[in-house]
Design a protein around this ligand. Structure first.
Ligand code: MN
Length: 249
């Protein structure tokens, strides 16, 4: 026995897609990439999938019964949530997922459940707190633009980040510089006032955010779950999150 404490329940938000061909054409399926599940398991948490539902009572019960929430990667956030019209370079959106995850965040934040946002999850947290996004990174005009939609495969660390001292993220990794993977065409434009930057790329793109204070709300723009199998250091993020969730249960 590693310890007597029950492992915490970690809810992971999901994606939806419609089957295109065959007998089940038109059926909708709920899914996430499996490496979220293995990363949480390796970090001693109990992963479970959160299907998209829009009944408030059901969502409330889902959040009540979890010890922590992961908002996973996926579609672009509908720009209406940050008072913009869609630009030409906006990619696929999923309004019902936006609605569901905004409800998850509202309830999880109110109930002080630890929250970890990954990629879209970071973006959604910023929008939830009143921030805005670049609908496409071409709207960001630095002197030199980095490759944020990497061509290299999923677990390859392709660009570096500077981690800000005195942040939760710094405490987790214990260093001020590391390398990460990158699969995003959007990013934070205006940071919400309740959030601080904990990591930034060399071109000024925000790669990590968190709230100040004891409630653990943290987002990363990269995909740590895709790296845990080959870069064991990435597991530290999930371990820190699961530990936070343990203190809830
Ligand atoms: Mn990046």
């Amino acid at each position: 026995m590693m310890n007597n404490k029950k492992k915490p329940f970690i809810g992971i938000s999901s994606n939806v897609y419609s089957v295109e061909n065959g007998n089940f054409a038109g059926q909708e399926r709920i899914y996430i990439n499996r490496d979220y599940i293995s990363s949480i398991q390796q970090a001693e948490g109990i992963p479970f999938l959160l299907p998209i539902v829009l009944d408030h009572e059901v969502i409330y019960r889902q959040v009540e019964s979890m010890d922590g929430l992961i908002i996973s990667g996926g579609y672009d956030v509908h720009p209406f949530y940050y008072k913009e019209e869609p630009c030409n370079l906006l990619q696929a959106i999923c309004p019902e997922r936006d609605e569901y995850e905004m409800a998850l965040l509202t309830i999880a934040y109110a109930l002080k459940k630890p929250i970890l946002g990954i990629c879209r999850g970071l973006q959604l947290i910023n929008v939830f707190f009143g921030g805005t996004l670049y609908q496409d990174l071409s709207q960001h005009k630095p002197t030199s633009q980095l490759q944020h939609s990497q061509v290299a495969k999923a677990d390859v660390a392709s660009h570096s980040i500077d981690i800000q001292p005195n942040t939760k993220l710094y405490k987790i990794f214990g260093k001020n510089k590391m390398t990460i993977n990158s699969f995003h065409h959007q990013a934070i434009k205006d940071l919400a006032s309740d959030l601080i930057v904990n990591a930034m790329a060399k071109d000024g793109i925000i790669e990590g955010i968190e709230t100040v204070g004891p409630h653990f709300v943290l987002g990363v723009q990269w995909h740590p779950e895709m790296m845990t199998a080959t870069h064991s250091e990435m597991l530290k993020l999930f371990q820190a999150f699961v530990l936070e969730c343990s203190s809830q249960s």
